[in-house]
Design a binder for this molecule. Structure first.
Ligand SMILES: Cc1cc2nc3c(=O)[nH]c(=O)nc-3n(C[C@H](O)[C@H](O)[C@H](O)COP(=O)(O)OP(=O)(O)OC[C@H]3O[C@@H](n4cnc5c(N)ncnc54)[C@H](O)[C@@H]3O)c2cc1C
Ligand code: FES
Length: 304
């Protein structure tokens, strides 16, 4: 039913997939997510929407291969169908004319940032995008981000502006006007970016990814503390003001199932390891990487 139309290994461990899901594609908005199940026995996997096409009836996701469910998903070939996809879920990102906006993204967060940038541009904002990666091999879609944004800066852990939080701190210190900041990435990145902007008080919106079960506000699994109050990320979020998030609480809750997750992955991998090695990621072409990163790279490292 939910057929995979396209699959691409973007960078090591990060996969793009496009699915046929016409009803979701018709109503999706930036900041929303879906919950999918690979098969009848599969757990429910929340994934941010990295794109959609109402005419074609398709939705896009970009995901990091972490444990059992994402590994299982990553082994599906084009043409395979998922058991189900529920969505669009969550409260859409508030997109207005803010002025000059920084969109910081890294890892799988580059995916949901693209439709957000497009929506911000449609409202007349100036969008400065900063893309973070562990190295040039870990950033992708720079061409698409450049097409959508006014400026794109790539930071890969080198030089003075090593990471997205350094970029934000420098922009704010330079006195350049910044009216709002959006951050999509791992919890650590969102935390340090929020810390970088906190002294300025500039609203910094993060997209939280706690463990979820139903995704509709019934189970309480996704609760997070924001501004001293308990919120449900699936219905109240996933967008929240980063300056008010209890980051330590979020990380403790994210780690609560590690023994079970490890056991689950060990059992799955023992029977399925050959699927993970069946189609190894094509090694990136170093010249292409250099081209992709040099233009807009703020750090001092030039080697790809
Ligand atoms: C609203 C929302 C949107 C999301 N969007 C995306 C997306 O667009 N792309 C994407 O790759 N992932 C996204 N995630 C996270 C994704 O759902 C999890 O990575 C996935 O469910 C992990 O399942 P797993 O069985 O493969 O790994 P697990 O076995 O569940 O986890 C493996 C390891 O990763 C850690 N972990 C699990 N979930 C998370 C998490 N959310 N953040 C940080 N560490 C975690 C665990 O503690 C464990 O150590 C989103 C989560 C939410 C709630
Ligand atoms: S996932 Fe159950 S309440 Fe949010």
């Amino acid at each position: 039913m939910y057929e995979m139309i396209k699959k691409e290994n973007l960078v090591p461990n990060i996969v793009f997939m496009r699915f046929s899901a016409p009803k979701i594609a018709q109503t999706a908005l930036p900041g929303q997510f879906v919950i999918l199940r690979v098969d009848e026995k599969g757990e429910r996997i929340p994934m941010g929407l990295a794109g959609w096409d109402a005419d074609e009836g398709t939705i896009d996701i970009v995901f990091y291969v972490l444990g059992t469910s994402t590994a299982k998903l990553s082994t599906l070939p084009e043409g395979a169908s998922l058991a189900n996809i529920a969505g669009p879920l969550g409260t859409p990102t508030v997109v207005e004319k803010f002025g000059r906006v920084i969109c910081a993204c890294g890892c799988f967060g580059i995916g949901p940032t693209l439709p957000l940038i497009r929506a911000l541009k449609e409202k007349g904002n100036e969008v400065i995008t900063v893309v973070e990666g562990r190295g040039p091999d870990f950033v992708f879609w720079i061409d698409r981000l450049k097409e959508a944004s006014d400026e794109v800066h790539v930071v890969t852990g080198c030089g003075k502006t090593a990471w997205a939080n350094d970029f934000i701190a420098e922009e704010l210190e330079s006195g350049r006007k910044v009216d709002r900041i959006f951050v999509h990435g791992c919890p650590f990145m969102m935390k340090v970016c929020s810390e970088a902007s906190k002294p300025s008080g500039i609203e910094t919106i993060v997209s939280l990814t706690p463990l979820m079960v139903d995704g509709t506000g019934m189970c309480g699994a996704c609760r997070v503390e924001v501004g001293g109050k308990t919120k449900l990320a699936c219905v109240d979020g996933p967008d929240f003001p980063g300056h008010e998030v209890n980051w330590d609480g979020l990380v403790i809750r994210l780690r609560q199932m590690i023994p079970e997750e490890d056991l689950s992955f060990n059992i799955w991998e023992r029977e399925n390891w050959h699927k993970l090695t069946a189609k190894p990621h094509k090694p990136p072409n170093p010249d292409k990487l250099r081209e992709r990163v040099d233009d807009g790279h703020r750090g001092a490292c030039t080697s790809a």
